[in-house]
Design a protein around this ligand. Structure first.
Ligand SMILES: Nc1ncnc2c1ncn2[C@@H]1O[C@H](COP(=O)(O)OP(=O)(O)OP(=O)(O)O)[C@@H](O)[C@H]1O
Ligand SMILES: [Mg+2]
Length: 367
């Protein structure tokens, strides 16, 4: 009999109660009901237990899936960052490539133009010098004729000579001719300089040698050359660091310094400062030329290394200085950084590797 029913019979009927057949039948059916309720209860308990186990398992699977998804998300994020970095690098490489392609085609054009112009300019330049001499000689002869005029007795001839001299305004021609010659020579010299720039730009006649160079002496000798351009405009402040000897084509590197220094001086309206700083970082050195000049407008910054880009008036700038410098620094496997604030000034920083790949002897350090 079910334990609960036993306890209830004991409680309500007493220990030794007599059971009539009707009561016994009733108790037996209650006992059956108790037992079946118990069995149902057990079944529910078991299925609840089973469900809870299944739920725990499903939960664990979900938790694993979540962790996996988080890991994938993290990997995707990392991949995206790597891609962004790669795209940045590709963009930079593309812009370098574009720049060097531009340089190469302009270089070819420049070499062709320089070659074509070089010869005629050469003979015009030397002919001009001869012409000046001939004109001087002719005028010397004219002076002699003029002196001899006094002894001509024929009045008609004398009058004719004087009239011709007045009509042709020989006195003015004599005076104007020398200014004319000077101007022509200046013009031709300017064209010669441009042709030389074009040649330098295309590197057609450069017989430079790779050497271990003291960049500080290069800067100093360049400063001597451009002293005239700078001295009225700026005070030069040197903040030199310790530099090892650097493997480079010295005359070309000096040309870069010259372009940067002259540009700095040109950018200063009245009076300012040009600071030259140098330093070493790892296996690279840097030379910085900073001015307190006008600065470069943001829309011009992208163009300053383009050949023939200039903001200077006609006759003052050819726009080749920076493109030339860019080419030279690229050849040295270096780079040029620019920082500029309009109205405050500009800083150009040239980076150069100390060695060009092949090891030479150990560098000596400057004091
Ligand atoms: N330090 C600087 N400050 C302000 N602007 C500059 C500076 N350096 C260069 N620039 C700008 O970049 C332009 C290009 O310079 P780049 O040296 O190539 O040519 P340029 O000086 O105009 O002519 P060139 O050097 O051939 O005589 C300049 O015209 C100027 O606008
Ligand atoms: Mg320049």
């Amino acid at each position: 009999m079910h334990r609960l029913l036993q306890r209830q019979i004991r409680r309500f009927l007493g220990e030794d109660a007599e059971q009539t057949p009707e009561l016994a039948a009733f108790l037996s059916s209650v006992d059956e009901a108790y037992n079946s309720a118990d069995a149902e209860h057990l079944m529910i308990e078991r299925s609840l237990c089973l469900m809870s186990k299944e739920l725990t398992e499903a939960n664990a699977v979900l938790r694993n899936e979540l962790a996996e998804r988080q890991r994938t998300e993290l990997a995707l994020k990392k991949e995206k960052e790597e891609q962004r970095y790669l795209i940045g690098q590709l963009e930079e490489a593309q812009s370098h490539l574009l720049q060097s392609e531009k340089m190469a085609s302009i270089g070819q054009l420049a070499a062709g133009v320089a070659h074509e112009i070089n010869n005629p300019i050469g003979y015009v330049y030397s002919n001009l010098a001869m012409l000046e001499k001939y004109v001087h000689d002719s005028f010397a002869m004219l002076d002699q004729y003029e002196l001899a005029e006094g002894v001509i007795t024929d009045v008609d001839v004398r009058t004719h000579l004087k009239n011709t001299r007045d009509r042709l305004d020989i006195a003015f021609i004599k005076q104007d001719l020398s200014a004319l010659m000077t101007e022509s020579k200046e013009g031709i010299t300017r064209v010669k300089t441009i042709v030389q720039n074009l040649k330098d730009f295309s590197h057609v006649d450069i017989l430079d040698e790779w050497q271990l160079v003291n960049l500080h002496s290069g800067i100093e000798s360049t400063l001597n050359i451009v002293n005239n351009e700078i001295k009225y405009k700026a005070e030069v402040v040197r903040e030199y660091g310790d530099l090892p000897f650097v493997e480079c084509l010295s005359s070309q590197i000096n040309q870069v310094f010259m372009n940067l220094l002259v540009n700095a001086a040109h950018a200063i309206e009245e009076r300012g400062t040009i600071s030259i700083r140098t330093g070493q970082q790892g296996d690279e050195v840097w030379v910085e030329i900073a001015d307190t000049g006008s600065g470069i407008a943001p829309e011009h910054l992208k163009k300053i290394f383009d050949p023939f880009f200039t903001t200077k008036p006609i006759g003052k700038g050819t726009g080749l200085g920076l493109s030339l410098s860019y080419g030279i620094i690229q050849k040295h496997h270096g780079r040029i950084d620019v920082n500029s604030i309009v109205g405050k000034g500009t800083t150009f920083r040239v980076w150069l590797p100390i060695r060009q790949g092949v090891a030479l002897h150990e560098p000596d350090y400057e004091i």
